[in-house]
Design a protein around this ligand. Structure first.
Ligand SMILES: Nc1ncnc2c1ncn2[C@@H]1O[C@H](COP(=O)(O)OP(=O)(O)OP(=O)(O)O)[C@@H](O)[C@H]1O
Ligand SMILES: [Zn+2]
Length: 467
């Protein structure tokens, strides 16, 4: 299988460092607010990467941190009149609520920066010892120029890096390219004791430290959004490789931006929707299907129109599954005939197409294409005279492939009806009997708003719930 590696700017054959074991670290959220749909793209992408690697038989160890101390955290805590710790506790909880709703599986470890201060200090001490870092008045900086490979990830040379570098007010670095490992305490800020006085860690060092602690000095895959390539991941490489003399991560994967009107969705621009808001309107799988319909490295534009299209596509997929479930009940158990064997061959090659697409740098858009083709084959070729074996195979295949993408988790849950819905369906049936089609349509719309889709079949009305 191939992965596009930002380090080499090309697709490379993926081979884990150690046998079958794959170690992944992704940069998680700064927990000062609810996360937005742009952040969710990264979480969903790596959720799929992880579950596909597992599907392919790898033993995956996955770590995603929480940044629970930085300028944004301090500022927001002040505004809210609470401590940074209270703020972090609150939004870590909210993160899990939303991530669970999106069916993003929990990482094996979710380490927090503030719980690794001791290890962070040890790493900084090591960098000072090796001559890569220096302390000035309680701050510690990394001397970027000392690390000869600085710029290798973002592909920038020294002049370009110098042109972009600047010294912020209050910083005491010797060179604009240097960056902070430790920041001396400012009045009213949370702080920890250190050999350089009270202070707090910089942002980049936490990830180097926690990645190495939980996954080893060299890991297989390091990921995040493309905005992290520079300076965050560049600095992580410099710090870690300067300390160990070993490669930090073998493959860097970066997720493209989720945009709104061609501008990156971000809190600072104010053009964001939280996942919490979006899930009031859409089923979580609609958001997943929407995201996965584009390759993870390409930009996506977020819009209601595209979300609505994803909703219709998801409905069609569920419809096909329900139709297959119905067929399972009415078909007979017999061996496949010639035509059916040919159909089975086509279904098997579509499964292979799914795998080939995912093997090609996790091309979920094409992989979904294979699922749509399987559904098309099912819709046109399977009927109540088909072999039950083939019907079952097709249904299970769609569920198996969908599961890798975190889809169809609602399948089979339609029996959990609420009373109100049943009552409305009954009223609509009554209206139809009385030929009061205006009322019947009104009720159908009302149900639709509740996410209930009705289907009138010769054997009566069937329905399912998709938000
Ligand atoms: N619009 C976006 N599209 C894709 N990924 C994004 C987007 N915005 C943020 N990310 C990613 O989300 C993850 C969580 O990061 P973090 O919580 O620091 O977000 P953030 O930088 O505060 O977001 P914002 O850019 O809105 O301030 C990071 O991997 C980041 O690269
Ligand atoms: Zn990070």
């Amino acid at each position: 299988m191939k992965i596009y590696n930002t380090l080499t700017k090309q697709k490379e054959e993926f081979k884990p460092l150690k046998d079958n074991r794959v170690t992944i670290y992704t940069c998680g959220p700064t927990v000062y607010d609810f996360f937005h749909v742009g952040n969710a793209r990264v979480f969903i992408t790596f959720d799929v990467v992880r579950s596909y690697l597992k599907y392919r038989g790898y033993d995956v160890v996955f770590v995603q941190n929480f940044t629970d101390i930085d300028d944004k955290m301090i500022k927001r805590a002040k505004e809210e009149g609470i401590t940074v710790k209270e703020l972090a506790e609150r939004f870590i909880k909210e993160y899990f609520t939303d991530a669970d709703a999106l069916r993003v599986k929990r990482a094996d470890v979710h380490p927090r920066a503030t719980e690794h201060i001791k290890e962070i200090i040890e790493l900084i001490e090591k960098l000072i010892e090796k001559g890569y870092a220096y302390a000035v008045d309680g701050d510690v900086y990394f001397a970027a120029r000392k690390f000869k490979d600085y710029g290798k990830l973002s592909g920038q040379n020294l002049e370009e890096l110098e042109a972009g570098a600047r010294v912020e007010p209050g910083e005491k670095k010797k060179d604009p390219m240097d960056f902070a490992l430790w920041k001396a305490k400012k009045e009213g800020e949370p702080c920890w004791g250190s050999p350089w006085g009270e202070g707090r860690p910089g942002w980049h060092i936490e990830c180097s430290c926690m990645s190495m602690k939980y996954l080893g000095e060299t890991i297989d895959i390091h990921g995040g959004g493309s905005d992290l390539i520079f300076p965050h991941h560049e600095n992580e490489i410099a710090q870690s490789e300067a300390a160990t003399g070993k490669p930090f991560a073998r493959y860097f994967m970066h997720v493209g931006y989720l945009n709104v009107n061609n501008e990156k969705m971000s809190k600072s621009l104010g053009n964001f929707f939280t996942v919490r808001e979006i899930l009031k309107e859409y089923n979580p799988e609609v958001l997943r299907l929407f995201m996965l319909s584009t390759h993870y490295r390409s930009p996506i534009n977020f819009s209601r129109e595209l979300m609505d299209q994803a909703r219709s596509a998801l409905e069609r997929l569920y419809n096909a599954l329900y139709a297959l479930k119905h067929l399972q009940e009415v078909t007979g158990d017999r061996e496949l005939n010639q035509e059916e064997r040919e159909l089975l061959d086509r279904l098997r090659s579509l499964k292979q197409k799914f795998i080939d697409s995912m093997d090609d740098d996790f091309n979920t858009a094409e992989a979904l294409g294979a699922i749509y083709e399987i559904v098309r084959e099912a819709n046109t070729n399977l009927k109540d005279t088909s072999s039950k074996k083939l019907v079952t195979y097709t249904k299970e295949l769609i569920l198996e492939l969908g599961d890798i993408l975190g889809l169809f988790g609602d399948f089979g849950k339609e029996e959990l009806v609420d009373e109100e819905i049943l009552k409305l369906i009954e009223e609509r049936q009554k209206a139809r009997k009385e030929k009061n089609y205006a009322l019947a349509d009104k009720i159908r719309d009302e149900l639709k708003d509740k996410g209930v889709i009705l289907e009138d079949t010769p054997s009566g009305v069937r329905w399912k719930k998709i938000k």
